[in-house]
Design a protein around this ligand. Structure first.
Ligand SMILES: *[C@@H]1O[C@H](CO)[C@@H](O)[C@H](O)[C@H]1NC(C)=O
Ligand SMILES: *[C@@H]1O[C@H](CO)[C@@H](O)[C@H](O)[C@H]1NC(C)=O
Ligand SMILES: *[C@@H]1O[C@H](CO)[C@@H](O)[C@H](O)[C@H]1NC(C)=O
Ligand SMILES: *[C@@H]1O[C@H](CO)[C@@H](O)[C@H](O)[C@H]1NC(C)=O
Ligand SMILES: *[C@@H]1O[C@H](CO)[C@@H](O)[C@H](O)[C@H]1NC(C)=O
Ligand SMILES: *[C@@H]1O[C@H](CO)[C@@H](O)[C@H](O)[C@H]1NC(C)=O
Ligand SMILES: *[C@@H]1O[C@H](CO)[C@@H](O)[C@H](O)[C@H]1NC(C)=O
Ligand SMILES: *[C@@H]1O[C@H](CO)[C@@H](O)[C@H](O)[C@H]1NC(C)=O
Ligand SMILES: *[C@@H]1O[C@H](CO)[C@@H](O)[C@H](O)[C@H]1NC(C)=O
Ligand SMILES: *[C@@H]1O[C@H](CO)[C@@H](O)[C@H](O)[C@H]1NC(C)=O
Ligand SMILES: *[C@@H]1O[C@H](CO)[C@@H](O)[C@H](O)[C@H]1NC(C)=O
Length: 827
């Protein structure tokens, strides 16, 4: 590097003292940080600002996470107002004329992380002790001192404390003591006044400070400012910001920033909302160049050239640390181009330069080659045009030798083809920002191969823009460019695309045939998409981030896949920015709360699901049926139902009749074991009276007579069927039935219990009746399984239950028997 000083004259276009009106982005950003900390659903948000409220509404939902009641007339805050809001995380009560906050006000809101009560009339710093509080803004109140209450010791999560008053003129030694053990990262202090006193050591106690913003002036007493810098050096803060340090007509005595040279920790310095003279600038920058500063910013500065030759900064004989300079918002006091006569070495290490909001309309010739290490140049928000940026009087040998990123956003550029040509001069440029210009497509573009990133956002270009792009582009921002459709044809010219922003256009569909296998990120929010289908995203095989909020989604099956299946970690703005717009019944509903079932949405699926489900269910039923002897149970049930039905039918006949026995039991001797051990105990135990032939037959009578007697005095006749019974006993009954054929008609008085399986083949042909009974399966089968035996007993008992014992039915029964015609059989 040459040691010889080379002078550079920077000519900067002027506008006189015209304040370039810009939105106050810092406030929006601060609120946004708090918002991000707190809000998980739009449902939890209540914006009740500017409502002329005189109290906190009492009907707020207990899910409220975010409450903005600023710009109202609420004079005090107390416990009762927040008693139900236990999820409250963000509370903003600014511009309300607040005078009093009860120490217990936030006792029911333990989740509170952000509390903004700036711009009120609080006369004392209120007692606040919410453990989770991270951001506390007490700026712009009417405290008479900065004395912090003891309760602040409990704010163990506090990151940002902003405290300011238009009535406190001094900082006393013990004011910040309660914060000594609180890990405050960022302190914003002051109300923009001239401080009258600062006690040395007051801020030095806050050892955790990383960033400090001081909003105060020290005009006429910069000794106090020097003491403050010494204290901030002790805190080892890395980033300092001074707001309104030099107001209009501030008398600056001496060299207030002299201490900067011996503050080894400081890296970033921002000077905001101040008036700066070129004479002061020379003195100040000497300190900066000798300091450890890495980043210097001037924000909203009014620049007054009070030295006759403008700004002169000519010698430098040491290495400098400064790498980044920002001028954001420069108002010029004189109606002329300011002069910067500056040593080449002083800027030789600069990698970042921002010169924005300055009214510049001609880029000084030497800038292009005099900044040898510059990598990023931001000239946004000026008045540059093609001819002003490439000023005809300038002759360049090397244009921005290391420049990689150039922002020409918010200027007056128009010709894309001209710019694309000119980019060939910048041999290292990768990224160009032309957003917010008046670009039109005026002919073929030839972009250099090394350029990979282009931002054309907020220019009125239309769909044809795709034809003016380079196939080397990897990152492309086409937000708000009037695009109405994207097609594979357009995008096939961009084979290397990894980032594509298409926000705020009028795109209605992502075509299903779109294929961008290299794409990692797609922003297609604020368009006219009604749904995003699986097919549409299938072409983006590598996609990692997708932003698609703010589209008029249709909450129907079209959105089913997107809502239910898509991995939401892909989505940057889920769920806050996704709402249903149609059908009307769902309008405004958050898409994340839209529920529909897969089954009701996918026809193929319905079949695909229904079929296996049917098969599985059938198989399961079959298995259960088989495993649990469903056949047996079904048979039992069938018999039982029939018995019941018949029972009902004849209950009329039997209503007035009564019997001596519930049942007559007929069985073979071989089966007496079962009858004695099972049947009699369980039936007689349940209160049934049974006629058993061994026990109850009258000795000496012919067996058939005995049987008839027993049958006739019993409500039912129970046959215990087994092979033995068939072989030995049945003949008696066939005979009996032959004599009293009618019994077969009155068959519900007969109950058959099958003790063991009897194949019909084993039954002699002559036993017609028995064969017919077994064929019709009108018998109860004795099961081996104990549980089934319970069912068996239940069935049996219910069959015998109808009998009424008090009156004999002899006559009725016999009457019925006689009416029935004889049946022939082979006996
Ligand atoms: C508090 O609200 C005011 C007024 O809107 C805003 O300027 C400020 O940035 C907010 N403070 C924080 C820390 O968000
Ligand atoms: C609040 O009061 C002012 C003055 O009375 C009125 O102009 C304004 O419309 C009111 N705002 C609301 C939201 O009611
Ligand atoms: C609360 O009550 C006011 C009227 O007093 C009404 O306008 C508002 O919608 C209600 N808010 C909620 C969340 O119920
Ligand atoms: C919130 O309030 C509703 C009634 O408004 C109540 O049903 C619900 O239990 C409350 N939630 C909690 C967590 O207390
Ligand atoms: C800042 O602190 C360092 C040591 O921590 C010390 O060497 C230096 O003199 C201090 N500078 C000022 C201005 O107090
Ligand atoms: C700037 O110069 C004016 C006179 O031109 C003077 O009144 C003012 O105090 C100076 N301000 C600073 C910050 O140097
Ligand atoms: C300091 O400046 C650098 C470079 O501009 C920036 O990246 C960094 O975030 C700043 N640090 C603080 C604490 O502001
Ligand atoms: C810019 O600074 C001036 C004081 O120099 C102040 O009056 C004005 O409000 C500031 N503008 C913004 C946008 O902060
Ligand atoms: C560097 O320049 C300063 C004046 O700006 C001078 O006082 C100092 O002696 C010079 N140091 C060297 C090493 O040349
Ligand atoms: C810049 O400074 C050099 C060296 O002092 C001087 O020769 C030159 O005339 C100055 N240029 C302007 C425009 O003041
Ligand atoms: C979603 O994707 C992320 C990473 O891309 C992964 O960690 C996460 O497990 C996925 N979630 C589901 C439910 O697949």
């Amino acid at each position: 590097m040459s040691t010889q000083s080379t002078s550079v004259v920077l000519l900067i276009g002027t506008i006189v003292i015209v304040s370039l009106k810009k939105p106050d982005c810092t406030a929006v950003k601060a609120d946004y940080d708090g918002f991000k900390l707190c809000v998980t659903s739009r449902r939890g948000m209540e914006d009740l600002s500017h409502q002329n409220l005189t109290d906190v509404p009492s009907n707020l939902s207990n899910n409220t996470q975010y409450l903005d009641i600023s710009h109202n007339f609420i004079q005090s805050l107390n416990e009762a107002q927040f008693s139900r809001l236990f999820q409250l995380c963000f509370l903003k009560v600014t511009h309300c004329g607040l005078q009093e906050i009860s120490p217990t006000a936030f006792i029911h809101t333990p989740a509170l992380k952000v509390l903004n009560i700036s711009h009120n009339d609080l006369r004392f710093v209120p007692d606040i002790s919410v453990k989770k509080l991270k951001i506390l803004d007490l700026g712009n109140n009417l405290f008479t001192s900065y004395r912090i209450p003891e309760s602040f010791q409990k704010l163990s999560s506090l990151d940002l404390l902003s405290i300011g008053s238009t009535a406190a003129l001094s900082v006393s030694y013990n004011d910040f003591d309660p914060l000594m053990n609180v890990h405050v990262d960022h302190l914003v202090l002051g109300g923009g006044l001239y401080w009258q006193n600062y006690d040395s050591g007051s801020l030095a106690k806050l050892k955790s400070l990383q960033k400090v913003s001081i909003h105060a002036s020290f005009c006429g007493n910069f000794r106090m400012f020097e003491k403050l810098l010494v204290d901030l050096n002790v805190t080892q803060a890395k980033s300092l910001r001074f707001i309104a340090l030099f107001p209009d007509s501030c008398h600056v005595d001496g060299d207030p920033f002299k201490n900067l040279r011996t503050m080894p920790f400081i890296q970033n310095l921002t000077i905001e909302n101040t008036w700066i003279n070129s004479s002061f600038m020379e003195v100040f920058l000497k300190n900066v160049w000798l300091s450890s500063l890495y980043d210097l910013s001037f924000v909203n500065m009014t620049y007054n050239e009070d030295t006759p030759d403008g700004f002169q900064f000519l010698t430098i004989n040491h290495t400098i640390n400064l790498c980044s300079i920002t001028f954001s918002g420069v108002n010029h006091y004189q109606y002329k181009y300011p002069t910067f006569n500056m040593s080449f070495e002083a800027v030789s290490r600069l990698t970042y330069l921002k010169f924005s909001g300055s009214g510049m309309n001609i880029l000084p010739c030497r800038v292009m080659s005099a900044l040898p290490s510059l990598e990023t140049l931001d000239l946004s928000d000026n008045l540059l045009t093609e001819s002003g940026f490439w000023w005809f009087m300038c002759k360049h040998t090397s244009v921005f030798p290391r420049l990689r990123r150039l922002s020409l956003s918010k200027n007056r550029f128009s010709s894309l083809s001209f710019i694309s040509q000119k980019m060939h001069e910048m041999k290292t440029l990768e990224s160009l920002d032309l957003s917010f210009n008046s670009i039109y497509l005026d002919g073929d573009c030839s972009w250099p191969a090394w350029m990979t990133e282009l931002n054309l956002g907020n220019n009125n270009l239309g769909n044809s823009v795709f034809r003016y792009l380079s196939s080397n582009f990897e990152k492309l921002d086409l937000s708000k460019t009037g695009i109405t459709a994207i097609t594979q044809e357009y995008l096939s010219h961009l084979p290397k695309l990894t980032y594509l922003k298409l926000s705020s256009n009028s795109i209605q569909v992502i075509p299903a045939d779109l294929s961008l296998p290299t794409l990692l990120s797609l922003h297609i929010d604020q368009n006219a998409l009604t749904s995003i289908s699986r097919e549409a995203l299938a072409g983006f095989s590598k996609i990692q981030t997708l932003k698609a909020g703010g589209n008029p989604f249709v909450c129907s099956c079209d959105s089913y896949w997107f809502v239910a299946t898509l991995n939401k970690s892909l989505l940057l703005d889920w769920p806050l920015d996704y709402t249903c717009s149609t059908p009307p019944s769902f309008a405004g509903l958050s898409l994340s709360e839209f529920k529909t079932s897969e089954l009701s949405c996918e026809a193929g699926l319905q079949v695909a699901v229904a079929l296996p489900v049917m098969i599985v269910i059938s198989a399961a039923i079959g298995l259960v049926f088989y495993k649990c002897d469903g056949v047996w149970y079904t048979k039992m049930l069938w018999v039982w139902i029939r018995m019941k039905r018949r029972g009902k039918k004849c209950s009329n006949i039997l209503k007035n009749a009564s019997f001596d026995y519930h049942a007559f039991i007929s069985y073979s001797h071989q089966d007496s074991d079962w009858v004695d051990s099972q049947l009699l105990p369980s039936m007689e135990g349940a209160g049934f009276s049974l006629c058993v032939h061994e026990r109850d037959f009258v000795p000496g009578e012919w067996i058939i007579d005995n049987i008839i007697n027993c049958v006739e005095s019993s409500y039912k006749t129970l046959f215990v069927l087994s092979r033995h019974f068939v072989q030995s006993e049945w003949c008696n009954y066939e005979l009996f039935f032959a004599q009293h054929r009618a019994i077969s008609v009155q068959r519900d008085s007969l109950v058959f219990i099958l003790l063991e399986p009897i194949p019909t083949d084993c039954i002699p042909k002559k036993f017609l009746r028995l064969r017919s009974i077994l064929r019709q399966q009108t018998y109860l089968e004795w099961p081996n399984n104990e549980r089934k035996q319970q069912v068996f007993w239940k069935s049996l008992k219910s069959m015998l239950h109808m009998a009424d014992r008090s009156v004999a039915l002899k006559d009725a029964a016999l009457g019925i028997l006689d009416q029935v015609p004889l049946l022939t059989d082979n006996m």
